[in-house]
Design a protein around this ligand. Structure first.
Ligand code: AMO
Length: 443
C-alpha cells in the first residue's frame, strides 16, 4: 500500500535557501523559467525567473553540457551548477551551469517583452494578455503586495479576536440598495449577486461578536471609470459591543499600522521594485463631512455643488488639504448625511439628518465606508417605514434584531483601491489580476 505522508521535499533549491545556506563553490540543482538569454558567444547569461525573484545563471561553452543555441526564452528548465558570488547579479549570486534539462518549451514567441524592467505596453494590452504580462517581475510584485495587505487584515483581526466567515454571494435582496445589482434567475426565482456581505456580517455579530470576510462582491456599475470594477474584493469586518463608531475607525487604524509594518518586514523587495514609500499611519486625522466640505471650499475657492455627497474632485481636495496642513496621507471623513447612507446606518441622535458613519480617504480617494448600525429592532422598523421601504427579503436579517443584537458597527474596504493608492497607480485595473468591467469578461 502506498501512503501520502506529507509534502515531498525536493532537492531543487529556492533563492532564499541559496542565500541562507553556505553554498558558494557548491553544486546545486534549481528549476525555473528562462526569463532572458543574453548570448555573448562563448558565454551566455541565462536568467531564471523563480517565485522569489530572478537568478542569474552562466552558460560557458565547454563547461555547460548543452547547446545554448537550442535554449529558448520562456522554456522551463531544471539546471545544475556551482554557486558563485557575483555582485552585479540579482541577490549577489550566480550559478555557473554544468547541465540544463528542458522541462517544457514555448510553441510561440512571446507577445510581450516581459523581461524588460518596465513593461512598455498599454494597460489594454497588459489586460488582454494577462497570463503573460503578469510574468513581468514588477507586475507580479503588485500582487505580492496585495497578498501582504490581505495577510495583514487576517492576522491583525485574528489577533483582535475576530472570526473569519464566508457568506453567500447569491441572495434574494441587495444589501446596499441602488441600481447597481446584477440580477439573475435562480431556479425560476429572481436573485441578485451580493453587493456586499453587509446583512450576513451583521447577523454573525449576534453569533461571534466580531467577524470578518475577505471576498468578492459585485456591482453592476454601468460607467467606465478608473476607480470602479464590477467585481472587486471587499475586506469587511463587523464588531459588537462598541461604545461608538470611533471604535471602528480605531480598529481600522490599527489594521493599517499592523499592515504597513508587515509590508516593511516581509515585502521590502517588492516595495523597492515599485519605489513605494509607505504612508505614515501613526495617527489619522478625522473631520466631519460638512466641515470638510467647508474647509476645501474656502481654501481652494470652490463652490459646494452637492451638499449630500462628496464629488471625486472634493475627495482629492480634502486629501490635499490634510496633506498640506497635517502631512497626512489618510483622513477619516465622518457624519455623512443620512439621506445618502443605506437604511442600516445609525442616525446621529444629536442630529438625525446625519449618520454615525465615515469614509476613509487615502491619497485623494475613498477606500473605505463604515459606521455604526442600528441594533434596536423598533428603531430599525421605524426607519424602514420612514423611507417607504418594504421588509420583503429581509425577514431573516430582521429576525436577528428581533432576538437581540449588541450595539455594533463595521466597515468595507476596497482591496484593489487600497493597493492602487499604496503603490501609486491611478487605475484600479492595474491592481486587479483579472478585472471585470464594462468590456471585460475574460481573461
Ligand atoms: P461601499 O458601497 O461604500 O460600502 O463600499 C465599500 C468600499 O468598497 C470599495 N468599492 C469599490 N471598489 C471597486 N469598484 C467598485 N465598483 C467599488 N464600489 C465600492 C470602495 C468603498 O469604499 N456595506 C458597506 C460597507 C460597510 O459599511 O461595512 C459598503 O459596501 O473602496
Amino acid at each position: 500500500m502506498e501512503f501520502m505522508e506529507g509534502v515531498n521535499r525536493k532537492d531543487t533549491l529556492e533563492i532564499s535557501e541559496l542565500l541562507a545556506g553556505d553554498y558558494t563553490g557548491k553544486e546545486v540543482k534549481i528549476n525555473g523559467a528562462v526569463h532572458t538569454i543574453r548570448d555573448m558567444g562563448d558565454v551566455a547569461f541565462v536568467v531564471l525567473r523563480k517565485r522569489e525573484g530572478l537568478l542569474q545563471c552562466v552558460y560557458e561553452e565547454g563547461v555547460t553540457d548543452f547547446d545554448i543555441k537550442t535554449l529558448k526564452e520562456a522554456s522551463t528548465v531544471e539546471v545544475e551548477g556551482v554557486v558563485a558570488v557575483e555582485d552585479r547579479a540579482p541577490n549577489g549570486i550566480e550559478v555557473r551551469l554544468k547541465t540544463i534539462k528542458v522541462l517544457s518549451e514555448p510553441t510561440e514567441p512571446m507577445p510581450l517583452a516581459i523581461s524588460k524592467w518596465k513593461l512598455n505596453t498599454s494597460l489594454e494590452a497588459k489586460l488582454a494578455m494577462r497570463p503573460i504580462s503578469l510574468r513581468n517581475v514588477r507586475e507580479r510584485a503588485k500582487f505580492k503586495i496585495q497578498e501582504g495587505i490581505v495577510r495583514g487584515f487576517r492576522d491583525f483581526l485574528f489577533k483582535e479576536g475576530f472570526t473569519e466567515i464566508r457568506t453567500p454571494k447569491i441572495g434574494a435582496k441587495g444589501a446596499e440598495g441602488g441600481a447597481n445589482m446584477f440580477r439573475l434567475e435562480y431556479f425560476h426565482r429572481p436573485a441578485v449577486l451580493a453587493q456586499s456581505p453587509q446583512f450576513y456580517k451583521q447577523m454573525m455579530v449576534g453569533v461571534f461578536d466580531r467577524v470578518f470576510e475577505a471576498a468578492p462582491v459585485f456591482r453592476a456599475e454601468k460607467h467606465n471609470t478608473k476607480r470602479h470594477l464590477n467585481e472587486y474584493t471587499s475586506l469587511d469586518f463587523e464588531m459588537g459591543y462598541i461604545d461608538s463608531f470611533e471604535d471602528i475607525m480605531a480598529m481600522e487604524t490599527g489594521f493599517l499600522q499592523y499592515t504597513m509594518e508587515l509590508l516593511q518586514k516581509d515585502y521590502a523587495k517588492e516595495l523597492k521594485m515599485l519605489n513605494v514609500v509607505l504612508p505614515k499611519v501613526d495617527k489619522i486625522p478625522t473631520v466631519r463631512f460638512d466641515e470638510a466640505k467647508k474647509l476645501v471650499s474656502e481654501k481652494y475657492d470652490r463652490q459646494i455643488k452637492n451638499p449630500f455627497d462628496l464629488e471625486p474632485e472634493e475627495e482629492v481636495l480634502i486629501s490635499q488639504y490634510f496633506k498640506e496642513e497635517y502631512d497626512a496621507d489618510f483622513v477619516f471623513v465622518t457624519h455623512y448625511p443620512s439621506k445618502k447612507r443605506p437604511v442600516y446606518a445609525m442616525d446621529d441622535p444629536a442630529d438625525p439628518t446625519y449618520t454615525l458613519s465615515f469614509d476613509l480617504l487615502f491619497r485623494g480617494m475613498e477606500i473605505t465606508t463604515g459606521g455604526q448600525r442600528i441594533h434596536d429592532y423598533n428603531m430599525f422598523m421605524e426607519k424602514i417605514a420612514a423611507r417607504g421601504m418594504t421588509t420583503e427579503g429581509m425577514e431573516q436579517y430582521l429576525s436577528a434584531f428581533k432576538h437581540g443584537m449588541p450595539p455594533h458597527g463595521g466597515l468595507g474596504l476596497g482591496l484593489e483601491r487600497l493597493t492602487m493608492k499604496l503603490i501609486g497607480e491611478d487605475n484600479v485595473r492595474e491592481t486587479t489580476l483579472f478585472p471585470r468591467d464594462l468590456s471585460r469578461l475574460e481573461p
